[in-house]
Design a protein. Sequence first.
Length: 244
Amino acid sequence: METIVLGIIVLLIAGVLIFGGSKLRVLLKGFVGLFVEDLAKTPEGASAVYNQAIEKSQNDYNTAHNTLQKVAGQLDSSQKSVVATNDKIQKAEEKCEAFAKSGQFDKVELFAQQRNDLLEELEFHTRTVKELEPIFEEAKRISNYLEQKLSKLKKDKTRVTNDLRLNRQLKDMYDDMDELKNTTNVDKLLDSVKEGVKDSREKAVGAKVVHGNKLSTKISNADEDAKKLVSNDYVEELKKKYQK
């Protein structure tokens, strides 16, 4: 099927190259469009169309799924960074309090600076999490939608192609069972034979009627009747003469 389609397309392209002209291109474009539409209504054509749609949908889903995985990874990393940074801040504050109690304020200032740096880092990770959460939800929604679309296309392909095959089989069966349909040359010849018998019978009856209405035929029939009457008179005369 694909080889035939490819061959037709090649011939059409060759026609455009040989003859040229915008009108021819428009005509061929329309022809190809009608041909493709008719082809798409067959089980083989429908399967090819669905295969293309499934391939595109699969690529779209793969892209969305990869994006979802990337966003999910970034979000998880940022969330873990928030937890880890909070833990570091808590430890820095504990050290500040411990050194403050012991009067070692030089070390307090050191860990206080560390705490400030960690607070800035925490703010960055927290902001990143807030930005990634809606992106993650949207990526998840798109990925789920495309997954369902892909699954539906695969199911529809099976259902539609099976329906088209069944409808074609049913049509062939009804054509075979329809006695009034001349689906073969033999059927047409048989009808011709039956028509010939009917015509010949009508011609025979017509010839008989014409023959009976001819003047010569009527005279001949009258002569035969006269002969029968003479013969009958003679027989009656002999019966009277000898039957006593």
